[in-house]
Ligand binder design. Structure first.
Ligand SMILES: Nc1ncnc2c1ncn2[C@@H]1O[C@H](COP(=O)(O)OP(=O)(O)OP(=O)(O)O)[C@@H](O)[C@H]1O
Ligand SMILES: [Mg+2]
Length: 356
């Protein structure tokens, strides 16, 4: 090859080299552009995934709130149905109590006469026997057959136990009528002590002695109170809720302590009523049960708050009581309690209040 050919060839090669370098540069730029784009896409994908995860969490949280709300609503519905049933039951009970009242009074009123007549007849019989000790064989046989001496002794006892029985029925009928007051629509002046007593009587099966559990001692310190203007039926519900809770707390403590501890500090509920600041009444229901800590105490009036096992408490008793005392009667409901010390629930309401 001629030198010029060489030179030309070199020039050509240099040119090719330049072109190739140019191409390389371009593809390098393209590559880095692509890389940048890729990074962008990756970043975008990551943030989309994160957003997706966030919204998934949000959705889960909403779902659980909704589930809780649904659950609460179902419980509330059950409670409302229960309240409605109770009110229907109240009307039925009041009706039956009213119907029983008459015949029972009939028996109760007449027992005194039967008692007097029987005493007179027995006296007459004694007089006959004294004056005419000689009787014929038939009478003697009959006296023996009916065991007259025993009958004479037992007759008055039987009558007096019948009187005690009918007394008791009268008391129960009165209690039922008192408790199932169907006067929800308006406020009436009532004797609060009667309400508390009927509630205690109705809950007697809970406070009575049970195998392994002694009876809960009820101490009543009733003050002299005038009639209180209130929704008696609703206030009885409040007494019922508070006394029920006290029984639960007492039985719970009994379960946890030994027989010796139980005997040293028997379960007791103290109910005290008094007048405060002239025109308010104060009703305190105090138990020496297991009490509660500050955290629980702060929540007891919240709807659905319960520390009882599933199926045992709805957690509505005290929130409903609060509503009745505070909203319906313009009163106050307070709780004093300490772990191991017991609990006191204090209801305060105006004697004559204007709220409706
Ligand atoms: N006398 C008490 N001693 C100790 N704890 C109590 C007492 N009264 C209420 N509590 C606490 O307050 C909680 C709420 O009471 P509340 O009456 O509102 O609901 P509940 O008794 O659990 O259920 P429900 O009354 O609806 O059947 C109870 O679960 C319990 O932890
Ligand atoms: Mg309760």
């Amino acid at each position: 090859m001629e030198p010029t050919d060489w030179e030309n060839r070199i020039k050509e090669l240099e040119k090719e080299n330049r072109i190739l370098r140019k191409k390389l540069e371009t593809s390098e730029t393209e590559r880095s552009e692509l890389e940048a784009l890729n990074q962008k896409k990756e970043y975008l994908l990551r943030s989309v995934t994160e957003e997706f995860r966030d919204s998934e969490n949000l959705l889960k949280a909403r779902m659980s709130t909704l589930e809780k709300a649904l659950e609460n609503q179902q419980t509330m519905q059950l409670k409302l149905i229960e309240a409605e049933k109770m009110s229907a039951l109240g009307i039925l009970v009041a009706g039956i109590a009213h119907e029983i009242n008459n015949p029972v009074n009939f028996i109760y009123g007449n027992i005194t006469y039967v008692n007097d007549y029987t005493a007179d007849l027995l006296k007459l019989l004694a007089m006959y026997q004294e004056r005419y000790p000689e009787t014929d064989a038939e009478i003697e046989a009959f006296i023996e057959k009916i065991d007259l001496d025993f009958m004479r002794e037992d007759l008055l006892k039987t009558l007096s136990s019948m009187k005690v029985g009918s007394d008791r029925i009268r008391e129960i009928v009165l209690t039922l009528r008192n408790f199932a007051r169907v006067d929800e629509a308006e406020k009436k002046p009532v004797n609060i002590h009667e309400g508390i007593d009927s509630t205690l009587l109705i809950l007697q099966n809970l406070t009575n002695e049970k195998p392994g559990y002694p009876a809960i001692k009820i101490v009543k310190n009733y003050g002299k109170l005038p009639n209180i203007e209130c929704y008696a039926g609703q206030l009885n519900q409040v007494f019922m809720n508070i006394i029920n809770n006290a029984v639960d707390a007492l039985r719970e403590r009994e379960k946890k302590c030994s027989l010796g501890e139980r005997e040293a500090k028997p379960s007791q509920m103290e109910i005290t009523t008094s007048i405060i600041s002239g025109n308010w009444v104060r009703i305190s229901i105090k138990d020496n049960g297991m009490g509660m800590n500050e955290t629980v105490k702060g929540k007891i009036f919240n709807p659905f708050f319960t520390t009882k096992p599933v199926g045992h408490g709805t957690g509505l008793g005290l929130s409903i009581s609060y509503q009745i005392v505070v909203d319906k009667h313009g009163g106050r409901l307070e709780c004093i309690s300490a772990i191991g010390e017991g609990t006191e629930l204090v209801i305060e309401i105006p004697i004559a209040n204007s709220r409706s």
